[in-house]
Structure formats: structure tokens, C-alpha cells
Unconditional design. Structure first.
Length: 394
């Protein structure tokens, strides 16, 4: 599925050119979007696209980039790796996109990585489990290659560190882990083992589960037998609800349980029903309700303005401010890079990597040749469910 035109009001007087089956204005800069828009995770792509459209709309109303308007050309990846690859190729070859937003999942992100290298096109993933800092950047550096992949989310590794610091502060000592049987689960388990050792926590159980499963009593029973005082991992989506309910059925609702940031939405809280006790998460500041931020925090005004502008444009809130801000910040990052150095992919890549205090809606980013996420510990908070919302614990 391709959505175009409705995203940006194009000047009717523009000179039009025909390019490989698509009609574009000669004075238009094309950004591509390769998010999954359908299926159980389709709402994530929807929030990201809305956020991106807001950033593009704001830039276009100010005259675009050096007089050129910006247009978003979007294809639905269906959260499928092969579809994501096909979409990426179309965006580059047919639509002449100068940078790409998305995809969402780990497998999609890894699949299109060689295409990004080949075409020198910056693209930005959503998944926290993509090992861009932990594995990809070190490998590229060793091989003398430049990496064009960014991931503007807190990330699995950073979440593990932030939560381990909080757990130590609270006096917890015995940590149990439960993670999905996938790449993100591998990274999560390894991360928690690393930070547990660093901050003096003992890992007393390590359980894994099939995301297609419908009951996880066996895994949670083993965790109960290990007698932990805190549980953590990266369960996301439907299985998370079942795992939490299994925890409570086994009488462990008093044990804090940190889940994936993919669950940072009010809809997840609704799905939990009465099973919301002691459920924790780690998020960037965008997920903190503004009233909990100090007036002295410069990010507070940025967040308030972003949320006001979003609701003004779409007459609604996103399902998750987290994913809406990821789309917004990705588009903003590209817009600022193009303003600074033009549309050459290598120059955009180098410019982005040098930014040490890039102000976005989600956080203030600091990138480098070893960090393509850019969200530091100081930009994160441990969150818990209170009523029908996520709020900071401290």
C-alpha cells in the first residue's frame, strides 16, 4: 500500500517531471517511509507516520528546505522482511527518496542494511533490539566501512542499564529474566547479565518463551521457584499480557516486573485489566506526562509544544507518544541534515553523526561514530503504571 499526496500540500504551480512511473514536482525533496502499517503492530507505523508528517508539515509551512517542499512517500512493509526490502528498493530507485524512515522490526532492519550501504542512504529503525551500537557499528568500524543505520529509540541495552541502576538503588538483589526466543531476547538477556554483574545483582533465573505461545505458566513457575525480588526482560505485545497474568496467578504480583518499551501505551494498560500492579518500564522523557517534569527542564516545553501541535493537526492523541515522537524526530533529523549539507547520503550521515545536542521531541540526542541511538541515561526514566497511564517512579 502506498500513501502519498495527502501527506503534503504541493504547490500547483510547480513544474512536474515524470520519473519511472511516479509524478513528482521538480522542486520537491522526497523522504521515504517503510513502516508496517497493517497487522497487530500496524498502529506503531501509523503513529510514526503521523509524527513524521507533523515535522514535514511544520517545515513546509516555513518554506521547506531552501524553497523546496518536502514530500513523504510511504509503503506498507507489513512488518515483513521481504516486503521491507522491496519497498526500500522502490523508494530509492523509483521514488528517488534521499532518506528513509523505518522499518520497525529487527528482521526488516537487518534485511535492508545491505541496500542502505549499497545506495548510501540513511535509514532509521524503530526497534530497540537492533544491535546498531553493540554489534553493527563495531563490525563496520573494524572493516573500515561507514554505517547508514540509525535507531531513534532508547534501545534494549540502555533500558537494561537504567533499570539495573534503579533496582540497585531500591535494594533489590535477586533478578529473574524472561525474554522472547529471538534476537531482541538474546540481547536483553545478555544486557541484563552484564549490568547485573556491574551493579551487584544476582541473576537467579533465565527463562525464554516462544512468542506464538498462549500460556507461560511453566516459565513463570520456574521464576517463582528461584525466589527473585525483581523480574525484567523485553516481552512485548500480546504475550506480555499473558505473562503478567501468569505472574499474578502464581501469586507474584508483589514482585516488580519490567517489560519492553513497546508496551508504553494506554492500550496496553487497558489489555492488562486488573493486572497492572508492579509493572515497570524504561522510557525517554516524551513518555513522562509533562506535569511530572520540572519547569527548569528545557525538554518540558519541547514536549508540551510537540503534543499540542500533534493534537492540533490530527485532532487526536497517538496511541503512543513514544512512537509518534520517533517518527517526528526521524523526519526532523533528516530535514536539519538536508538544510545543512544537502541530499547527499554520505554527507547527511557524517553531519548527523557529529550532532551532540540535537533537540527532538523524544529526547536530546548525542550521536557519535559509536552511538547511532544517541539517548543517554540522563534522558531516560523508570516508569510504572498508575491508573490508566505510565508515570515516572521518582
Amino acid at each position: 500500500m502506498k500513501r502519498r499526496g495527502a501527506f503534503v500540500a504541493m504547490a500547483t504551480a510547480a513544474v512536474l517531471v515524470f520519473t519511472a512511473g511516479a509524478l513528482y514536482a521538480a522542486d520537491t525533496i522526497i523522504l521515504g517511509a517503510n513502516y508496517g502499517m497493517t497487522g497487530t503492530m500496524g498502529w506503531i507505523g501509523g503513529d510514526c507516520v503521523d509524527g513524521a508528517n507533523l515535522a514535514i508539515d511544520q517545515a513546509n509551512k516555513k518554506g521547506g528546505i531552501k524553497g523546496k517542499q518536502i514530500e513523504l512517500v510511504m509503503y506498507d512493509s507489513k512488518n515483513d522482511a521481504d516486503t521491507a526490502r522491496t519497498n526500500f528498493e522502490k523508494l530509492v530507485k523509483r521514488d528517488k527518496a534521499v532518506a528513509i524512515l523505518g522499518p520497525v522490526s529487527n528482521q526488516e532492519t537487518e534485511t535492508v542494511l545491505p541496500l542502505s550501504d549499497k545506495n548510501a542512504i540513511v535509514y532509521t529503525a524503530v526497534s530497540g533490539g537492533v544491535q546498531v551500537n553493540e554489534r553493527i557499528l563495531p563490525e563496520y568500524k573494524k572493516e573500515g566501512k561507514k554505517c547508514y543505520l540509525w535507531a531513534l529509540t532508547v534501545g534494549t541495552a540502555r533500558q537494561g542499564e537504567v533499570f539495573a541502576v534503579w533496582a540497585k538503588k531500591k535494594g533489590f538483589k535477586r533478578l529473574a529474566l524472561i525474554d522472547p526466543l529471538d534476537q531482541m531476547g538474546d540481547l536483553s538477556t545478555a544486557t541484563y547479565e552484564q549490568y547485573a554483574k556491574k551493579y551487584g545483582l544476582e541473576v537467579v533465573a533465565k527463562e525464554r518463551y516462544d512468542v506464538k505461545g498462549t500460556d507461560f505458566t511453566t516459565q513463570m513457575s520456574k521464576i517463582k521457584a528461584a525466589n527473585p525480588d525483581v523480574i525484567a526482560g523485553m516481552p512485548s505485545g500480546g504475550p506480555t499480557v499473558t505473562i503478567v497474568k501468569n505472574r499474578d496467578q502464581l501469586g507474584m504480583s508483589n514482585i516488580p516486573f519490567k517489560v519492553s518499551d513497546a508496551n508504553l501505551s494506554k492500550s496496553f494498560i487497558t489489555l492488562l485489566g486488573e493486572n497492572t500492579k508492579n509493572i515497570y518500564n524504561v522510557a525517554a522523557k516524551i513518555q513522562i506526562p509533562p506535569e511530572y517534569l520540572k519547569d527548569s527542564d528545557p525538554q518540558k516545553k519541547v514536549i508540551v509544544d510537540f503534543q499540542k501541535a500533534f493534537k492540533g493537526k490530527f485532532s487526536k492523541e497517538p496511541k503512543s507518544w513514544f512512537f509518534a515522537s520517533v517518527g517526528y524526530d526521524t523526519a526532523l533529523m533528516y530535514i536539519k541534515a538536508i538544510e545543512a549539507v544537502g541530499t547527499n547520503g554520505a554527507k547527511m550521515r557524517d553531519w548527523i553523526e557529529k550532532q551532540k545536542a540535537f533537540g527532538g521531541a523524544q529526547a536530546v540526542y548525542s550521536w557519535s561514530d559509536s552511538d547511532h541511538r544517541g539517548i543517554g541515561v540522563d534522558q531516560c526514566a523508570v516508569m510504572m503504571i498508575k491508573g490508566d497511564d505510565w508515570v515516572p517512579v521518582d
